[in-house]
Design a protein around this ligand. Sequence first.
Ligand code: GLU
Length: 570
Amino acid sequence: MDNSKEYERKCIELAFLMFPGIDETVDDLEIKYPERNLKQDAFVTRFAPSPTGFLHTGALFTSLINKKLANQSEGRFFLRIEDTDRKREVEGSVDLLTKEMQQFKIVPDEGVITGTKEVGAYGPYTQSKRENIYKTCAKYLVEKGLAYPCFCTPEMMEKTRKMQEENKIVPGYYGIYARCRNISIDESIERVKNGEKFIVRFRSNGSHLKKTSFVDAIRGKIEIAENDQDVVIIKSDGLPTYHFAHVVDDHFMRTTHVIRGEEWIPSTPIHLQLFEAMGFKAPTYVHLPTIMIKEGNSKRKLSKRKDKEAAVSYFLKAGYPVDAVLEYLLTIINSDFETWRNKNKDLDYNDFVVRLKKVSISGALFDIQKLNDVSKENIARMNSKQVLDNVLDWTKKYDHDFYEMLNSNLDFAQKMFAMERDNAKKIRKDIIKWEDIKPTYFYFFDKLYEDDLKEKGYMFEVIENNTSDKITKDVVKEVLKNYLNEYKEDFSKEEWFENMKNTASRLNFCVDMKIYKQNKDKYKGSISDFAGIIRMAVTNRKNTPDIYYIMQLLGIEKVEKRINDALNSL
Ligand code: GLU
C-alpha cells in the first residue's frame, strides 16, 4: 500500500467527498461524550434490542443481568434501540418493549424510556438518529485509509459468491475478491466525484489462517480465526451495520461491559479490529448462553414461533408474579441463587449479588416446572393482603367479572386468602400463578360454585368409587341430613371436630384411622370419608384446605343451603 504523504492527502480528499456535510470530528465526539464519572469498578451496561416485536424471554434474561450488574456496582444501565435494519422494524415495538420491561421492573437508568422519550447525556439512544455520528467515525477510517467506498452492485456480489461456492473458496469480500479494496485511490475519488453509488467497507488487515483471541468474562480466553472480511460499515441507506454501530455506540456511550448473546462470539474479531482501527479501548465482552428448552431427549432454542413461554407476556397473562419470574431467571444466571434464597427467605432478591464468574455457560435450560416451584414459594411468602392486592391487579386486567366479585367484598376476599396463610403453621403452596386462584377458591362464590355444579354435577360418586362401595347414595343422604341438624356456626374448631366425630361415630364411621385401616369391613367408612361428604356438598371438591374455616367464612346460611340442595339432588 502507498503510504506516502500524497496517499494520505488523497485519503482525506476521498473522505471529504464521501461524507459531505459531516464536519464534526472523532475528537469532537470524545469531548461531547466524555468518560463517565463513576466509581472505579462500576459497570456501564446496556440492553440493545432491535425493535422487531415483543420482549422475548431470552431478552428479559439478558436485560436482567445487565441491569443487576450495573445496579449492584453503582454503575449505569441504559436501553439503546438498534433500528438500523429498517426492513425488519415492527411498528409500535419500542413502546411494547419498554412497557414490558417496565412491567418486569427492568427500568433503565438512561436511554430509551418509551417510544417517544429518551433521557441521558450520551444520546440519542436510537441508532437511526445517530447517522452523523457513524458517518463521522466512518469518515475518520477513510481518512486513515482503513475504510473505502465499495461500488459493487448486488449482481456483481452474487456472481462472486457463486464463483466462490463452485470453486469451494471461502466466501466473502476479502483479499483478491474485494474488488473495490484493490482499485486505486484516484479511481475511487473519480467515481465518488461522478456520483456513483457506494457503500463503505472496512479494510481488514486480518487473515483467516491466523488465530486471534480475547477474554470473555464468563468463558475465559476464546481463540478464534482472525477476521479477513472487508465488512460493510455503512450501508446504501446511509445507516451503519450492527458491527460498526456496536463499536461506535459502546465507545461513545462508555459501555464497560458488552453483555450479549453467544451468537455474537464469531463476530467479535470483527469488532475488536474495528475498535483498534478507531483507536478505542474495547469493552469487556460477556457472551451469555442461549436459553434452551427440552424437546424429547434433546434441547433446542426457545422459539418465538413454537413456545408460548418465549414471550414474556405469557407470564403476565397467566399471572406469574413478576418477582417469581425474575427470581427464576436468577436461578439460571447463578445456580447458587437457590441456596442464597433458602438461607435468606425474607430478603429481597435484589439483595442477591450476581457474579459473572458463576454464570454457567452451558446450562441455560428453561424449565417451566422449576419456574412453577419458584413461583409457588414466592406466593407462599406473601401475606393475605399481598395476595389480595396482586389478585386484584391481575383480575382487573384479565378477568373483570372475578375482579368485581372480589372487589365487592374485600374483607371477605382477604379472609379467604388468609386461609392457611398469615402465620399459619403450614402455609399452603398450591398456587402457582394468579390464573389458579379462581379454580381454587371458586366455592367461596355462589355463582362460581353453581357454575361448577352445572358443569360437573355433584361429585359424590368420586367418594363412592375411591373409598368404599359402602358409601352409597343413601349413606351420603344420611350423613348430610344428620350433619345439617347438628352443625352450629358458633362451634369453636375443637367443638366442631368433636361434634363431627360424634355424628360420624353414631352413623358407624370409624373416627380412628389406625383402627379403621385394620377393620375396614366393620365400618361404613372413616372420619375422613365422613368429612369428605360434607366437603363435597359445601365445595364440590374432594380436597380443600381446612373445611371448618371454609364453612365459617361462608356462613351458616350458605352451608345449610348447599347441604340442602345436595340432599335434594340425590
Ligand atoms: N441488536 C442486537 C441484538 O438484538 C444487540 C446485540 C448486542 O447486545 O450487542 O441481538
